[in-house]
Design a protein around this ligand. Structure first.
Ligand code: IP8
Length: 255
């Protein structure tokens, strides 16, 4: 499912990287610029050819989702809530796209709310033909955590972590990365855990995120990446260039 020699790379820029998670609807402009620089360099050097970017919600989506009591399982039929959450994510997405376009990255938006849905059991259906065609035509699709129509629930939240799992599987991605504000998954002494093969080995040290995060913090991210067939990594922003070059970065997650 790729048009290039390096395979498809799927990377998520965590909401905690691109936003200030502790201040409502506030961008972390410096970090976003750094991430956008790394993307532009990776594409310019040929280290990465087919690239899909996903970004999280941070202080944009999560604040509204939690205000309206919406999670990945608890939905709402309140159309005002739908617009508040989706609108905040579109605003954040515009900032992300703008920074990429300024660096000549051919980034194009894909809003999951418009294409994805959940069935009554909560299973996500994300049609990926548009993303595949965008890649084949030389674009860099940019998706984001969003609201998603959910049979029997109205809308619920779809996290960027769920999206990277769906995309990585459907696109048979070579490299899957989750860029976070921490240098990897940390143990209880603050050291980066180099490799995780089984969730049970790290359950005790993961804890819960301190900021408002309706999709579950680091524990959910590790579980989502363990569900992948391919090798994934969680790393800090400083390791994003190394990840794009195909070098080891942060914590490798492979079951
Ligand atoms: O930050 C959640 O995406 P995440 C997006 O990847 C919303 O968990 C709308 C809360």
């Amino acid at each position: 499912m790729t048009s290039s020699g390096t395979g498809t790379t799927v990377v998520k820029l965590g909401g905690s990287v691109v936003t200030d998670k502790d201040r409502d609807e506030t961008l972390d402009a410096d970090s976003l610029e750094t991430a956008a620089d790394a993307v532009a360099t990776a594409l310019g050097s040929g280290d990465v050819e087919d690239l899909v970017i996903v970004h999280g919600g941070g202080s944009f989506g999560h604040v509204h989702a939690s205000e309206h009591g919406v999670s990945t399982t608890d939905g709402t039929h309140d159309v005002g809530a739908v617009h508040a959450i989706h609108g905040a994510m579109k605003t954040l997405d515009e900032f992300v796209l703008q920074r990429l376009l300024e660096r000549d990255v051919p980034a194009v938006p894909v809003h999951p709310f418009s294409v994805a849905s959940r069935d009554a059991e909560g299973r996500l259906d994300l049609p990926t033909a548009p993303v595949e065609t965008m890649l084949a035509e030389g674009f860099v699709p940019v998706l984001h955590g969003d609201v998603v129509s959910h049979r029997g629930e109205g809308v619920t939240i779809v996290s960027g972590d769920e999206l990277i799992v769906e995309l990585a599987t459907a696109l048979e991605a070579e490299r899957v990365g989750l860029c976070s504000t921490v240098p990897g998954v940390l143990d209880d002494t603050g050291d980066v855990i180099e490799r995780i093969e089984d969730y049970a080995d790290v359950e005790a040290v993961l804890g819960t995120s301190e900021s408002t995060d309706v999709t579950g913090g680091m524990a959910a991210k590790v579980q989502a990446l363990l569900a992948l067939e391919s090798r994934a990594s969680i790393f800090g922003l400083e390791s994003l260039p190394a990840f794009f070059r195909g070098e080891g970065a942060g914590t490798t997650i492979e079951s």
